[in-house]
Design a protein around this ligand. Structure first.
Ligand code: ZN
Ligand code: ZN
Length: 215
């Protein structure tokens, strides 16, 4: 499984995953034409959308209109007012399905969206976990992973000292993952190749987080 993060953060999230017989996108939160240009105009076989926030779903309707299989929960589809088409697949937590040779498992998320989810992807070589836009570690995460894409949105001290009202801080704490929680979680997977995603430019520090996780 080859993974390439094309965009990450509150201004758009798109990750491309290539396996033997399948080419998938995890989220499509950048403009459609920008995304296609990044992919050398090759349409993916499937787009898996975690939730309706624009930084994850911006191009979903475009991919659907172009005949690409789009997977999202019913709550996400409703929030986005997606057109019911044969290539729109509604999924739910704990569901398993496959896209060619890639087995997908839907896991939960703790986030201020209608029905947010995350994904575990498995092929013959890799088992990948995507964990983004979540205030905590959802249940149902079992087994080992070779690749982990995990949100490290902020550090708790940086968020606490930020110029933001209490409600704003609480919203971030409850809906996004801190580097501290990511660290605790990742300690269980010492062999996984880790990518830190959705780092906040205001309350996060990519270089510092990278050094922390490397240790
Ligand atoms: Zn987001
Ligand atoms: Zn979100």
């Amino acid at each position: 499984m080859h993974v390439e993060i094309l965009a990450s953060g509150s201004r758009g999230n798109v990750t491309a995953v290539w396996s033997e017989q399948a080419f998938l996108l995890l989220d499509c939160g950048k403009p459609f034409h920008w995304t296609l240009a990044q992919l050398n105009h090759k349409l993916p076989d499937a787009v898996l959308v975690t939730h309706e926030h624009g930084d994850h779903s911006k191009a979903a309707k475009n991919f659907l209109a172009r005949g690409v299989d789009v997977y999202m929960t019913a709550g996400t589809a409703q929030a986005l007012q997606m057109e019911a088409r044969h290539n729109l697949h509604t999924i739910k937590k704990r569901q398993k399905f496959s896209v060619a040779n890639v087995a997908v498992e839907v896991i939960g998320s703790i986030h201020d969206a209608a029905e947010p989810v995350n994904f575990i992807l498995q092929d013959a070589c890799d088992r990948l976990l995507l964990l983004t836009d979540t205030g905590g570690i959802p249940d149902g995460i079992r087994g080992d992973f070779t690749k982990i894409l995990i949100e490290a949105n902020y550090s708790i001290p940086a968020l606490m000292s930020a110029e933001l009202n209490y409600g704003g801080k609480l919203r971030i704490l409850n809906n996004h993952l801190s580097i501290e929680r990511a660290e605790i979680f990742l300690a269980k997977y010492p062999r996984a190749e880790v990518s830190l995603i959705h780092v906040s430019p205001r309350h996060g520090n990519a270089e510092e987080f990278y050094e922390r996780i490397k240790r």
